[in-house]
Design a binder for this molecule. Sequence first.
Ligand code: C2E
Ligand code: MG
Ligand code: MG
Length: 861
Amino acid sequence: MHETPDFAAVVNASPNHYLILAPDFTVLGVNDAFLHVTGGTRDELLRRNPFDVFPPAPDDAAAAELIRASFERALVSRLPHTIPLLRYAMRDPRAGTGGTAERYWTIVHAPVLNARGEVACVIANPVDVTELVKLRRALEDAGKGRVLRTEASVFIRSQQLEETNRMLDAELDELRRLFEQAPGFVAVVRGPQFIFELANAAYRRLVGRDDLIGKPFRDILPELEGQGFVGIMDRVLSSGKPYVGHGLKTMVQREQDGMKSELYIDLTVQPITGVDGRVSSLFVQGHDITAQKRAEDELRISNERWKLAIEGTGDGVWDWDMQSGKVVYSARWKQLIGYVEHEIGDSVDEWRNRLHPDDAQSASAMLQDCLAGKVPTFISEHRLRCRDGSWKWLLARAVVVARDASGKPLRMTGTMTDISAKKESDERIWRHANFDILTGLPNRRLFRDRLEQEVRKAHRSGVRAALLFVDLDRFKDINDTLGHDAGDQLLIQAAQRLGDCVRESDTVARLGGDEFTVILTELDGVAHVEYIAQNILRALAEPFHLDNEVAYISGSIGITLYPTDGTAPEELIRNADQAMYAAKTSGRNQFSFFTRSMQEQARSRLRLGSDLRDALHGGQLRVYFQPVIDMRSGRIAKAEALLRWMHPGLGAVDPAQFIPLAEESGMINEIGDWVFRQAAAFSRRWSPHAGAPFQIGVNKSPVQFMAHARSDDWSATLKGMGLPANSISVEIPEMLLNKMTAAVADRLLEYRAAGMQLTIDDFGAGYSSLAYLKKYGIDYLKIDNTVVRDITASESARAIAESMIVMAHRLGLQVIAEGIETAEQSQLLRDAGCDFGQGFLYAAPAPPQEFEQMLLRDDAG
Ligand code: C2E
Ligand code: MG
Ligand code: MG
């Protein structure tokens, strides 16, 4: 069994404060805890009114009355009465000597009844809740907004007193822990001396020491006085207005190592107001942001370095903070478009509003794609308007460097590079590739592009279009007679005239040489095309003024219509080309529309060309011979070798049809050599009849003179065959003299040196200088069919023929008239002194056997 405890001893030992009062409010007893907190002695208090012993400060008079009233209530009601919260200053044992501390109390007055039910005494139990109140204020001020248990929880009845105390202690503990472990630093300082009442672990770490409580701020952190912190606290204390400061720099001397360290803090100093409304303490809280600041500094420094490095390359730099909407443009960025620092603001519009209208859409779309994360990098080539109003090509490259948790972009950083030089050279290359340098017109390649575009457009819109091929007639003559510079000038002027004949939306291009094309779009009708073609012909017929010369020229135009004649670009090109060919062959200086029959002709030309490949080796070629008559004796003097093609399907094909094909394909060289060998062989065969070398004329086309290979070493062939050189006379068309090049001249002189004879064929069709005839040692002049044809009907044709004969004789040449069909022609020519005649009147070209019969008959006659 336990001994019954001595209750007086229990009360005395309790850590709670007890004061036992008689009904007349005098002290009957007091425990040690009470004496300790009040600083009084038991003797002082016993039998005394406690307020006599500790008179309330003037400020606390009201509080004293409240205590007295609560006591009276308990006395009268015989029930415990509680004052939930009361401020009452008291000598503070922790505040050193003399100081009074602001203290908060919950006071319970519990009546103790005697056996008669009368109040024997009242136990006053003041619970010190100062810390609780301060913490609560601090937390509320700090915005942590923790709702404390309501006052009701401390409204207690006497039997719940112990439990209340326990609850209060528990709450205090929890708050203390919270406070102690708060991540930020927190302290409460009191009075003008700023005596530390509370300081949590973070605060103690910040200042580097633990023994803060009860000590004045100035003693602990003297170095902070000079840094203005004491001033801040003074101001908050006197003004009652809180202070907020970000990123304050402070030097703190740590006690442990005596080292001074530089710290950066965010600081809030809030006034704590007592129940009387006066500011008595300060709640100091904040965060040590030194590490964060260092990191930011490092980032900034490294960013600065990057910026410097990038700007060193000449690029501008920009940085877009999407939260603030601000863009930092570097000085170089601004300089690139001609501005200085203060002339460009910090909005995206500084860039956006300067974008070239043609580039704005693509640049913005690209930016959106990058912001949306569809592409990792924003890359855009665009033009920006410079300060002087000009446009500059720039390359912007950027990446999103920060996004929030949802992926929303927060920051974008990029560079800007001047690419105007590159663009210029791109442009130059593009122009070079797509435009004709001489005339500035689109070239063949761009023409193809445009044609395809126009065809597509016409297809979509259902409108008609036309393609014209324009070829300048006899342009070559201009080049040959007036020189290439004059030719170039003429082409430039012709290009201008073509451009003047069409609308802005139409395309004039130069395919090369003297070939131009015109694409006419959105046609109203065929009449319009005819009108333009007519205009072009008229414009080209105007005189061309070239330096000192005036030149005249004409054009041939082929026209094809979309979609009537064709819809594919290649088809249209082919059609226009065929139509142009038709315009040329039917006399030049005219236009002709494409027709199906042209296509037919073109097809058969093509077929013929490919058939010709087999002709020589397939034995389809023959050489016919036509006699050339001595006009004085009427006997066969010589012959001309004329080629015939016995086409297996078409029968005999005219040389006028297939010789051009053979020339185009180059086959004429091989064929010509074969004809030459045939002619040489028959000359050998027929010479005995004549008693002298029987001369045979062999035609040689201009193309054969251009041949690179010297396979036609005809004089060597003759020598090899043991034939005299004059067995063959080479017939060259008059036009060759116009194209006289060094190669042609060399060949002619070579023939002459070897002793072969030369005949100018088709004389009178062109207009060559007779001086050439002398220079190259020409032997014979052949008057063209067309002159001979007109000789009987036309006085001027006769005059031309007569003067040709006279001039030729004066130059030492003999004259052959070809195409003599009537006795009258023959008579006239003989009278004019013509040496030889050739034509159906005497004999048509014939196969060798037949020709041989003619020779025999001629001999016999
Ligand atoms: P060319 O050298 O002027 O030949 C004369 C042409 O006149 C021949 O036409 C001949 O058949 C024709 N002819 C002869 N007598 C008369 C006549 O009384 N009236 C008319 N209207 N025509 C007459 P062909 O044989 O059709 O040859 C045409 C052209 O083809 C030749 O004109 C020549 O330039 C060329 N040619 C013929 N054979 C050869 C050849 O082996 N090599 C080359 N390079 N060209 C050839
Ligand atoms: Mg001939
Ligand atoms: Mg001829």
